[in-house]
Design a protein around this ligand. Structure first.
Ligand SMILES: Nc1ncnc2c1ncn2[C@@H]1O[C@H](COP(=O)(O)OP(=O)(O)OP(=O)(O)O)[C@@H](O)[C@H]1O
Length: 276
């Protein structure tokens, strides 16, 4: 194993014309831990995700990812395809982006497209049904079924993803990201729109993913989820880091309380009332 840090963000800046969405931000995320990025609306959290996952090229700064075996990736220099395929960073989005017309199972198979394409020799071995391709396909189906079972959707494997209840779709998105075998899982507001029971189930799922060895970077407005499952929290406001630490320290930090009070009454109350 290579060090405790999986992700090191250093001096990250992202400008959109005159808007500085992220300004000289530095933080690190530890291996096999859940690191949460929180902050009021417009603080710059999603922009950090978009830079980390290659959707945006940062204006300046470095984003380094280190695998368990010590391999290093300069994410700020890679495109989104290489970041997911080589650096093994997977993400979900604020708004659900499943393939709604495909079944739940098919959505998880598509996630394993890269491995299947390789095993198919980019079509030919797949067409003739070569044993190596059939073995890869069986493995992909097994993996998809295991994840469906884990998120309690095995019985709905053949239902169109778009017909599933909202909370199920959210869990399916996470399972789809996990089917790519990520080293780092980036989740953008996974609890958005979930009720209290579904949020509790989500927390359990994320803790089990962490405990089985996947590092998680989480953006979340639901403070009950953040305070319950995060190992470390980084707080942003107006593009800069205003605090970081363990859930209890962050919750009691006057700068954090002030940032949330200046934002949205409900959100401020949620931060102050949440108990880690
Ligand atoms: N593509 C873009 N073009 C111009 N400005 C942008 C772009 N993306 C983000 N911004 C601006 O950057 C700032 C940070 O936005 P960002 O979406 O990263 O914040 P956030 O913390 O994720 O907010 P929220 O919690 O509401 O999702 C905002 O002022 C936003 O308007």
């Amino acid at each position: 194993m290579s060090g405790e840090t999986i992700l090191e963000v250093e001096g990250l800046t992202m400008r959109f014309g005159g808007v500085v969405a992220v300004n000289d931000l530095s933080f690190s995320a530890q291996r096999h831990k859940i690191t949460a990025l929180i902050g009021p609306n417009g603080a710059g959290k999603t922009t950090v995700f978009n830079c980390t996952t290659g959707f945006y090229k940062p204006t300046s700064g470095a984003i380094r990812l280190t695998h368990d075996d010590g391999r290093n990736f300069a994410l700020e220099r890679l495109n989104d395809f290489r970041i997911s395929k080589q650096a093994k960073v997977a993400r979900t989005f604020q708004n659900i982006r499943l393939f709604p017309g495909m079944t739940a199972l098919e959505n998880l198979m598509v996630a394993q497209h890269n491995a299947l394409m390789l095993a198919s020799g980019f079509t030919f071995l797949g067409l003739i049904g070569a044993p190596s391709y059939r073995a890869a396909e069986t493995h992909a189906i097994d993996q998809a079924k295991q994840w469906l079972e884990r998120i309690d959707l095995l019985e709905r494997a053949d239902d169109a993803a778009g017909n599933l209840p909202y909370g199920d779709q959210r869990r399916l998105e996470i399972a789809r990201a996990m089917c790519t075998g990520p080293a780092l899982l980036c989740l953008d507001e996974p609890a958005a729109g979930l009720n209290a029971r579904e949020s509790a189930g989500l927390s359990e799922l994320l803790l089990s993913i962490r405990d089985q060895g996947t590092s998680i970077l989480l953006i979340e407005h639901d403070m009950s989820v953040v305070m319950e499952i995060s190992d470390h929290i980084v707080v942003m406001d107006y593009g800069v880091k205003i605090a970081e630490g363990a859930p209890r320290d962050v919750r009691d930090n006057p700068k954090v309380i002030a940032a949330y009070l200046g934002a949205d009454e409900q959100e401020a109350a949620a931060v102050m009332e949440s108990s880690p």
